[in-house]
Design a protein around this ligand. Structure first.
Ligand code: PGA
Length: 245
């Protein structure tokens, strides 16, 4: 199983922010887990040019490989920058752009075809959690969004409860444990033994101060981090916590 610390910069960062990628790189050594930063598309090429231990990813891709889709970027084009990952189906894409699980599956397939590792995001709303629907929602999102050909080499799954994103609210460790155990069991049923090696990330208000606790949960293999991935000061302690886990 691969440990992975992934940073999602969302719509933040300009060229000046590349100094943070360099600063994070400078703090990493061979004992650290895999690290990927997903900056805005405008920074993919210069971020890849920094090199070092950090992998670079995009935050979305189109399902088609090329064509008349103004403002979109294809998985091939992302791969052409040197990036190796792409986040697919983040709840902000599902909400802001009306992305459905069918669309997300098609995007994940496009990512795989281009040789990218897809970080597929799933997660429940607060209303769904309060209605006791969390595992049903996760199950539906998984079966709807994850391609049948997903493997531990081309797919990472991120569990991101929507109510925990950017709010400072974090589920209890028992709630994270329940969700991750469920995800692992579902993947083992649908994909077979290789699912044991698929990285399952937790995302939503991960910080240096709560990372050790979150990484102590059995089926948590890393984190997808938003706000705290924007600076070396905040992201490096999370990476080091994953190293220790
Ligand atoms: P957050 O975002 O760490 O700022 O809560 C997580 C995410 O949306 O991936």
């Amino acid at each position: 199983m691969r440990k992975l610390a992934a940073g999602n910069w969302k719509m933040n960062g300009t060229r000046a922010s590349l100094s943070e990628v360099k600063a994070i790189n400078a703090e990493l050594d061979d004992t650290d887990p895999a690290v990927v930063i997903c900056p805005p598309v405008s920074l993919l090429i210069p971020a890849c040019d920094i090199g070092g231990k950090i992998g670079i990813g995009a935050q979305d891709c189109h399902m088609a490989s090329s064509g008349a889709h103004t403002g979109d970027i294809s998985a091939n084009q992302i791969a052409d920058t040197g990036a190796t990952y792409v986040i697919i189906g983040h709840s902000e894409r599902r909400t802001d752009h009306g992305e459905t699980s069918d669309m997300i599956k098609a995007k994940a397939q496009a990512a795989h075809k281009a040789g990218l590792i897809a970080i597929v995001c799933i997660g429940e709303t607060l209303a769904e959690r309060e209605a006791g629907e969390t595992l049903n929602v996760l199950g539906q999102q998984m079966s709807g969004s994850i391609p049948d050909v997903a493997t531990s080499q081309n797919t990472v799954i991120a569990y991101e409860p929507i109510w925990a994103i950017g709010t400072g609210l974090v589920p209890t460790l028992d709630q994270i444990d329940e969700a991750h155990r469920f995800m692992r069991a579902e993947l083992l049923t649908t994909l077979g033994a290789d699912a044991q090696n698929i990285s399952l990330l937790y995302g939503g208000s991960v910080k240096g101060s709560n990372a050790d606790d979150i990484f102590s949960v059995a089926d948590v293999d890393g984190a997808l981090v938003g706000g705290a991935s924007l600076s070396a000061h905040d992201f490096v302690p999370i990476i080091k916590a994953l190293s220790r886990a």
